[in-house]
Design a binder for this molecule. Structure first.
Ligand SMILES: *[C@@H]1O[C@H](CO)[C@@H](O)[C@H](O)[C@H]1NC(C)=O
Ligand SMILES: *[C@@H]1O[C@H](CO)[C@@H](O)[C@H](O)[C@H]1NC(C)=O
Ligand SMILES: *[C@@H]1O[C@H](CO)[C@@H](O)[C@H](O)[C@H]1NC(C)=O
Ligand SMILES: *[C@@H]1O[C@H](CO)[C@@H](O)[C@H](O)[C@H]1NC(C)=O
Ligand SMILES: *[C@@H]1O[C@H](CO)[C@@H](O)[C@H](O)[C@H]1NC(C)=O
Ligand SMILES: [Cu+2]
Length: 208
């Protein structure tokens, strides 16, 4: 009985203290995450809201900022196209499960990572956001780091944003699928690899 009472108190406390941190993706049409670096505690939800263009939030590693994490596969929101003038925005989130483990993310859209569109969760004194972003920028003129350093196309975006994001983590976070409507259930970490979209090349007429 005492066990159950303590459990109830513990979940109440964590519910009260957990924060929901919102990161805006593509604010005002820029190739950015705002903020681009977040410090979060275990249980905090980091929610990405896609407000423009056609971006992703895709897990990579500190060493290779512009390449999807493998072994085990990281999480990814998948592409979240947002029509210009949209009034509702897709959202994708995960819950922090280990605040001591920094997590690294980038945008898989052609050219965006090489222009510095990267995000860090709980970077450290050794592995800083600045160093991570510098490595992403350096990969733009260097085909060895994922090949996403091509200039993006220009044009206008069409399409609307229903999210079908899903994925797994390395054990330091859990992913939940989300959409412009509340998801019916949270997707918790599992062993299934996220399906990463590959970028075939420039697509004329897209507002990348
Ligand atoms: C954080 O967001 C989740 C999912 O939207 C929600 O269930 C939870 O109540 C929120 N927590 C806080 C502290 O706002
Ligand atoms: C948004 O972008 C437009 C066009 O680049 C610029 O003129 C405007 O100042 C920006 N607004 C903000 C709040 O940054
Ligand atoms: C959390 O991450 C740190 C750093 O990667 C690791 O040393 C530690 O074992 C992890 N803790 C758990 C409970 O997974
Ligand atoms: C290319 O990028 C990789 C990974 O960031 C780096 O190790 C390598 O030194 C770079 N090569 C050149 C020629 O810049
Ligand atoms: C979003 O970008 C991806 C990758 O470039 C592309 O395959 C997809 O068609 C784009 N979606 C829209 C609606 O533009
Ligand atoms: Cu992007």
């Amino acid at each position: 009985m005492r066990f159950f009472a303590l459990t109830a108190v513990a979940s109440l406390l964590s519910a009260v203290s957990a924060a929901n941190i919102t990161v805006i993706v593509g604010k005002n049409g820029t190739l950015t995450y705002t903020p681009n670096s977040v410090t979060a505690n275990v249980g905090d939800v980091v929610a990405f809201q896609f407000v423009a263009k056609n971006h992703t939030v895709t897990q990579s590693t500190f060493a290779t900022p512009c390449t999807p994490k493998t072994n085990p596969a990281g999480v990814s929101s998948g592409f979240q196209p947002v029509a210009s003038g949209a009034t509702s925005f897709p959202e994708w989130s995960f819950t922090v499960q280990n605040a001591s483990a920094p997590l690294w993310f980038y945008c898989q859209q052609v050219g965006h990572c090489g222009q510095g569109m990267v995000f860090a969760l709980n970077p450290t004194a050794d592995k800083t956001f600045a160093a991570f972003q510098a490595a992403a920028l350096a990969s733009a003129s260097n085909g060895t780091s994922g090949g996403y350093g091509y200039p993006g196309g220009t044009g206008s975006t069409t399409g609307s944003g229903t999210t079908t994001g899903s994925g797994t983590t390395t054990g330091s976070g859990s992913a939940s699928s989300a959409s412009t409507k509340p998801a019916s259930g949270a997707m918790v970490v599992g062993g299934k690899a996220a399906a990463f979209l590959t970028i075939a090349g420039l697509v004329a007429g897209l507002n990348l």
